[in-house]
Design a protein around this ligand. Structure first.
Ligand SMILES: Nc1ncnc2c1ncn2[C@@H]1O[C@H](COP(=O)(O)OP(=O)(O)OP(=O)(O)O)[C@@H](O)[C@H]1O
Ligand SMILES: NC(=O)c1ccc[n+]([C@@H]2O[C@H](COP(=O)(O)O)[C@@H](O)[C@H]2O)c1
Ligand SMILES: [Zn+2]
Length: 270
C-alpha cells in the first residue's frame, strides 16, 4: 500500500469569536484530503491573529484564544496555538507558517533522537506503527474562499509571500457563498502556476455562519445557540465580551498589513 503524506492544517484568522463553521472547515478539509488517497491529516492548528492586526471589533487575543480552547475541547485532532497572538506585534501569515513548519521539523528530530535510543525490536514495531509520525509532514494553510480573494487587495499581501505560501506550503480553500475561488485562481497567473498545490474543498451543506453576524446577534441579545459551542456562549456572557464598545475597537484604523506594505520597504522586515 502506498504511504500517505502526513499533513498539518493551519488556519489563520481573527476567530472573533470561533464559530462551529471554523471547526467544520477542518473536518471538511480532512475528508477531502483523505479522499485524494495521498494524504493523512495528522493535526489541525488554529492560530488567532495578534491584537496588533487592527481589525474593527477585534477583542483581546487572551479571550479569543480562551474561547477557541473551549470550543476545541471536543476535538481530538484540532488545537489552538497562541504563538502568533503572543508576538509583540502583528506578523505576516507566511511567518506563522514558517514558525509552525520549523516546530514540526524540531518535533520530528526529537522523535528520531528518541527512536535511536530504543532497542532494535521496539524500533521496528513502533516504526511500522507510526510511519505517519516519522516523516516530515507537509503544512498547508487552511482558509475560506473569501480569504483567497484578499490576495488581490492592493498592499495587503506581498507577492513573494503569496508565492511562498502556494509554492512551499500549499493552500486548502473551502467554498464560501459570494466567492468563486476557481475563478480567482484562473484570473491569477501566480495562483494558476501553483494550482497543483491549492486544494479546493466544497462545503456540501451551505453554511454561512460568520463571526461578524455572531457578534451582531450577541450585541442585540439574540440567541447564537447551535452556531457556536455552549461553552463559548457561557464564556462570552461571563466576561461580557461583545458590546457596543468592543465593536468600536480599532474603528477607523488601517489594518496593520496595509500600513506595513504601503510604507517604504524595510529590508530587515521580509
Ligand atoms: N462560513 C464560512 N465558510 C467558509 N470559510 C469560512 C467561514 N467562516 C469563516 N471562514 C474562514 O475561516 C477563517 C477565519 O475567518 P474569520 O476569523 O475571519 O471568521 P469570519 O466568520 O469570516 O469572521 P468575520 O465575519 O469577523 O470576518 C478564514 O479563512 C475564513 O475564510
Ligand atoms: N500579508 C499578510 O500576511 C496578511 C495580510 C492580510 C491578512 N493576513 C492574515 O489573514 C487573516 C485574516 O483574518 P480575517 O479574515 O479575520 O481578517 C489573519 O490571520 C491575518 O493575519 C495576512
Ligand atoms: Zn473573515
Amino acid at each position: 500500500m502506498k504511504s500517505r503524506i502526513p499533513l498539518i492544517l493551519l488556519a489563520c484568522g481573527s476567530f472573533n469569536p470561533i464559530t462551529n463553521m471554523h471547526m467544520r472547515l477542518f473536518e471538511l478539509s480532512r475528508d477531502h484530503l483523505h479522499q485524494t488517497g495521498g494524504y493523512q491529516v495528522i493535526e489541525g492548528i488554529i492560530s488567532p491573529v495578534n491584537d496588533g492586526y487592527g481589525k474593527k471589533g477585534l477583542v483581546s487575543a487572551r479571550h479569543r484564544v480562551a474561547m477557541a480552547k473551549l470550543a476545541l475541547e471536543t476535538s481530538d485532532w484540532i488545537r489552538v496555538d497562541p504563538w502568533e497572538s503572543e508576538q509583540d506585534t502583528w506578523i505576516e501569515t507566511v511567518k506563522v507558517l514558517r514558525h509552525h513548519y520549523n516546530e514540526s521539523l524540531r518535533l520530528l528530530q526529537s522523535k528520531k533522537e528518541f527512536m535511536k535510543n530504543k532497542r532494535p525490536i521496539e524500533r521496528a514495531t513502533e516504526d511500522s506503527l507510526s510511519y505517519q509520525h516519522s516523516v516530515l509532514p507537509e503544512l498547508k494553510l487552511l482558509c475560506g474562499a473569501d480569504f483567497l480573494q484578499t490576495f488581490k487587495t492592493p498592499n495587503l499581501w506581498k507577492e513573494e509571500h503569496i508565492t511562498e505560501v502556494v509554492e512551499k506550503f500549499g493552500l486548502v480553500c473551502v467554498s464560501r457563498a459570494g466567492s468563486d475561488p476557481a475563478q480567482h485562481i484562473k484570473e491569477s497567473e501566480l495562483l494558476s502556476k501553483f494550482q497543483h498545490n491549492i486544494f479546493l474543498v466544497k462545503e456540501w451543506i451551505q453554511n454561512e455562519i460568520s463571526a461578524t453576524q455572531i457578534r451582531y446577534a450577541l450585541r442585540r441579545g439574540l440567541s447564537v445557540k447551535y452556531l457556536i459551542p455552549d461553552s463559548v456562549i457561557a464564556y462570552i456572557a461571563h466576561h461580557n465580551i461583545y458590546t457596543e464598545e468592543s465593536e468600536r475597537k480599532n474603528e477607523g484604523d488601517l489594518l496593520q498589513p496595509l500600513k506595513l506594505h504601503s510604507t517604504p520597504v524595510n529590508p530587515l522586515n521580509d
